[in-house]
Design a protein around this ligand. Structure first.
Ligand SMILES: *[C@@H]1O[C@H](CO)[C@@H](O)[C@H](O)[C@H]1NC(C)=O
Ligand SMILES: *[C@@H]1O[C@H](CO)[C@@H](O)[C@H](O)[C@H]1NC(C)=O
Length: 483
């Protein structure tokens, strides 16, 4: 009985005073990590909100609000994680703000953790209303890094990796004619920062397609993609087989030479391809020297800036590769193709077991955290870590079996196409290509590791001759002096 009377009284009271409701957009509001967003909310019919209580809070957090406005000002009562990031702001220039009943919330420096439902609660003396706005946070990850690895059956296994996504992106592989290809496998993981990392791979053969594109996209339609030329990789893998032909002919001497010339006529392109490939690489040869001022103090760098090794006084503490022993090239590249060769072993000594060779974005030197040496932070390299084998610094790193151990490594930086390729010069073999995207200026990166007998030495590349025939001559004479 008493309850009914109270209910009646309350009803009467509400009906006799002005009542309002709050209006919010029906669709989620989508915003990028790090950006500023306005969560719209207004009183309808419009009414001056200055004397009302305005409370923005997350689900089940009524008493720990994101923002509380009361008694004409913003109160201190606030969820700590929103301090200094919130304000009441008009949702547009046309809006009259609080006086016009616009109680929209401005939220700055968005984090993934801000993805939630936000309640817009407005309470007056006799009436209150509440509605929720859904906020979705997106983060566009890194440009995918593509790594091709040859398979025994002649196909190549291309892996595509990228990190820093939110929400989980969808992966699409396409061929050059836009046909969708089906990946061999895909997986994702989520870091402590709640961002998604993606790894997908597929095996392709030469007859499948020329170009393969891996693209990652999120709900907003934004995407990042990388492309790789399958034909170029497969054909450079022919190197080794073709070189065997050269070797045989070199042993046969003059007869070989004649045969070779004859063969060149017969088969037309192939032997010339090899010569072309080498000539092509060395055509882009640049002289690299070490910027000794910026290199690690425990490195010994020769006067000519070409040879480096760990100082005998240096003792590596901690385990794992001594990443701190970085040396940087004095040359910077912002476009074009550049090629250099590095020697990793001297005659009569075993090839080095510890080294790291690649490129780094200028200005990103000296990161403390070793897990930070990733393409998205401006590092691209191949590393030989002794008994732990070889890896490239994709995120996470990819381990590679490389046999025999390279004694002489060729590095081709193709800035415009975003490719970094490694060649085993002695074996005449393309090892791998990292496909990425470079920005700013990029400098050569070296690290001689610790404890090897041999130093790491930047070679002076033999200049290729002008005509197509001469480089192959050069190749043969190189080879016969070795035999
Ligand atoms: C908010 O800003 C004040 C004054 O600028 C500062 O003292 C305080 O540490 C900041 N609080 C947070 C959580 O950032
Ligand atoms: C291709 O490489 C990925 C690693 O990037 C590996 O997980 C997968 O098993 C490989 N596929 C084949 C067919 O070797």
């Amino acid at each position: 009985m008493l309850l009914i009377i109270i209910a009646l009284l309350v009803n009467l009271f509400i009906e006799t005073s002005a009542s309002f409701s709050v209006v919010v957009p029906p669709d989620p509001v989508v915003a990028h990590v790090g950006s500023t967003v306005i969560l719209p909310c207004r009183i309808s019919p419009p009414e001056n909100a200055e004397a009302l209580e305005i409370r923005w809070y997350r689900q089940d957090q009524f008493s720990n609000p994101v923002l509380l406005y009361n008694h004409g000002k913003i109160q201190d009562t606030q969820d700590e994680s929103y301090r200094n990031r919130t304000s009441l702001t008009p949702q547009s220039d046309q809006s009259g703000g609080l006086q016009d009943g616009d109680v929209s919330l401005r939220l700055e420096k968005l984090r993934v953790q801000d993805e939630d439902s936000f309640h817009c609660y407005v309470s007056g003396e006799s009436s209150y209303s509440s509605e929720k706005v859904v906020l979705k946070i997106t983060a566009l990850g890194s440009t995918p890094v593509l790594v091709p690895q040859p398979l025994d059956d002649g196909r190549i296994n291309i892996s595509c990796r990228s990190s820093g996504w939110h929400p989980e992106p969808s992966i699409t592989w396409t061929s050059d004619d836009g046909k969708v290809l089906h990946p061999g496998g895909s997986s994702h993981s989520r870091g402590e920062d709640r961002m998604f990392s993606i790894h997908s791979w597929m095996a392709v053969s030469q007859s499948d397609t020329q170009l393969v594109t891996c693209s990652l996209s999120i709900i907003t339609g934004e995407l990042k993609e990388s492309r790789i030329d399958v034909q170029a990789i497969i054909s450079s893998d022919l190197w080794k087989a073709l070189f065997l032909i050269f070797l045989a002919f070199a042993l046969l001497g003059l007869v070989g030479l004649i045969l070779y010339k004859y063969r060149e006529k017969l088969t037309g392109k192939k032997p010339a391809d090899v010569a072309k490939e080498i000539a092509e690489l060395r055509k882009h040869a640049v002289e690299i020297t070490i910027d000794s001022e910026n290199s690690h103090p425990d490195l010994k760098v020769s006067k000519d800036g070409k040879t480096m090794r760990d100082s005998p006084d240096y003792h590596h503490t901690g385990d794992g590769f001594p990443y701190e022993l970085f040396a940087f090239g004095a040359q910077r590249f912002t476009s074009g193709r550049h090629y250099w060769e590095v020697e990793l072993g001297r005659e009569n000594t075993a090839p080095k077991h510890y080294w790291l060779i690649g490129v780094v974005k200028h200005g990103t030197f000296r990161l403390k955290d070793r897990s930070a040496f990733t393409p998205s932070s401006g590092y691209w390299f191949l590393c030989s870590d002794g008994p732990n084998g070889f890896h490239i610094n994709t995120d996470p790193p990819v381990k590679l079996p490389l046999t025999p151990r390279p004694e002489q490594l060729g590095v081709l930086l193709d800035y415009d196409d975003g490719l970094l390729s490694f060649y085993n010069i002695k074996e005449r073999k393309h090892l791998l290509t990292i496909s990425s995207r470079f920005s700013g200026s990029v400098v050569p990166l070296f690290n001689p590791g610790v404890g090897d007998k041999s130093p790491l030495r930047i070679l002076d590349c033999p200049k290729p001759a002008e005509s197509a025939a001469e480089p192959s001559q050069h190749l043969m004479s190189n080879n016969s002096s070795e035999a």
